[in-house]
Design a protein around this ligand. Structure first.
Ligand code: MN
Ligand code: MN
Length: 458
């Protein structure tokens, strides 16, 4: 009887296996992660945070031709939008690196280049949504503005409004139900349309002036506080994100609700073990990429040659060919997946979907329809990650992103595999991914951090 039971692939809620010591570690880890989320709502803020944290943990900027010994820690700040870090291993880079790659951009509303206008004596910013959003979710919630403006004099101005308890917040309106007879018949994609994602800035006119006096009043405020003019919006990166902090969710506090778990939950899981690492056997590499939500494009996305630049600079120092390093490397593409949601069971195959509290979710393939766009890890790659996580005592589970033909998604995995690097997707299961507030389980966050640590040390 016992022998037969061993034939079954038994999965178990992670809380059944979590030790008291691990529970304490998990809670401490999740507090630190929540503080990171509160400080970082854009890729720019996450990069700045990572640079500061890296430097205080002994990382130095990577410089071509510098001397590097095992245990040395280096980073490359990619134009304040993405960051690559490495801890040099005992083995030569010719034996490959252990890489964890995630992304630090999240869906949001970007300001248009010419955003400010007035209509019916209300001042607004026009926005352009970034990434996959259900637009109606962004109406009638408190919003904050984060970003930078380069003034005509070349000075960069940092702007964050809406996060402090005494700050005002911004707002996108929706229609009252009393007058929504037509709207309620529309498909969800059209309930609030792209050109209706206009953010309310103010209503008080600058009395005694001519023209759009409410808009002028907002410009006067911006000029007095930040020294900027309307033309400066062209050289700005200002984004609208949900206002507020990460909160514990549930009476048992087992979940975390916040903006931007996708994918800062994996980015943080990659950073913490790297910061406190001794000398690994193989060089450990951590990539926090930008632009994943819009296809990993651009100079700060995972398709960018900045990754080759970083790795080849390391390889040159050791007299190793980049292609030899890539051919022997392993990458965990650390990105979130969908957690099974019993409110919407129809979109998932319950036997293959990740579940809250079952640990880090390993995804053999993403993509859609007939696996289109999937990197699709081999049996060998899956065997490697399985044994690595088992040996390190990491709780993990299997994941597929929804039912066949229901939809799908992608990660940076394919772009790593394209470089001749064996790559597997794994990450944290999320409820309501891409919503203004997403929910994850503390246990899964903690296990994903342990998984990153195990990959670095493999
Ligand atoms: Mn993601
Ligand atoms: Mn995403």
């Amino acid at each position: 009887m016992e022998e037969l039971k061993n034939l079954l692939n038994k999965s178990e809620n992670g809380y059944a296996k979590l030790t008291e010591e691990q529970r304490a570690e998990m809670n401490g880890y999740c507090k630190r992660y929540a503080a990171f989320l509160d400080a970082c709502k854009t890729e720019r803020e996450a990069t700045a945070w990572a640079v500061t944290a890296a430097m205080s943990n002994g990382f130095k900027p990577l410089v071509s031709g510098m001397t590097l010994n095992p245990g040395d820690k280096v980073f490359y700040n990619n134009r304040n939008k993405s960051i690559l870090l490495a801890v040099i291993g005992q083995e030569s880079l010719a034996k490959g690196a252990n890489i964890c790659a995630s992304h630090i951009d999240s869906p949001r509303l970007d300001l248009k280049p010419n955003p400010l206008y007035e209509d019916a004596e209300i001042a607004y910013f026009k926005t352009h949504y970034y990434g996959g959003v259900k637009k109606y979710q962004w109406a009638t919630i408190p919003l904050a503005i984060h970003g930078v403006v380069y003034r005509a004099d070349g000075k960069m101005i940092d702007i964050t409004i809406g996060e402090d308890d005494t700050d005002p917040v911004l707002y996108v309106s929706d229609l009252l139900p009393h007058l929504a007879a037509d709207q309620m018949q529309k498909p969800a994609a059209k309930v609030i349309e792209g050109e209706q994602m206009n953010v309310i800035l103010g209503t008080e006119p600058l009395c005694g002036e001519e023209g759009d006096t409410v808009k002028l009043h907002i410009l006067k405020f911006l000029n007095e506080k930040y020294g900027i003019t309307e033309a400066d919006f062209l050289s700005a990166e200002l984004t609208i994100v949900p206002a507020g902090k990460c909160r514990e969710v549930g009476l048992d506090r087992s979940l975390l609700g916040a903006y931007g778990h996708d994918d800062r939950v994996c980015a943080y899981a990659q950073m913490e073990p790297l910061f406190h690492m001794g000398t690994p056997k193989h060089t450990a590499v951590c990539i926090l990429a930008d632009k994943e939500e819009i296809g990993s494009v651009g100079i700060s996305g995972m398709k960018s040659q900045v990754f080759e630049y970083f790795m080849e600079t390391l390889c040159d120092i050791q007299g190793v060919k980049l292609r030899d390093c890539f051919a022997h490397s392993f990458c965990m593409s650390a990105d979130v997946t969908n957690a099974f949601d019993p409110n919407f069971p129809e979109v998932s195959d319950r036997r293959n979907n990740s579940k809250l509290n079952y640990g880090v979710a390993i995804c053999k393939y993403t993509g859609s329809r007939g696996k289109a766009g999937a990197s699709d890890a081999s049996a060998e790659a899956m065997g490697h990650i399985r044994s690595t996580l088992n040996n390190a005592g990491v709780l993990w589970q299997i994941a597929t992103l929804g039912k066949v033909d229901q939809g799908g998604g992608g990660t940076v995995a394919g772009y790593m595999a394209d470089r001749n690097i064996v790559t597997v997707d794994a990450g944290v299961p999320v409820i309501a991914m891409h919503a203004p507030i997403e929910v994850v389980s503390k246990l899964d966050c903690y296990m994903t951090m342990l998984a990153c640590k195990a990959i670095y040390l493999a």
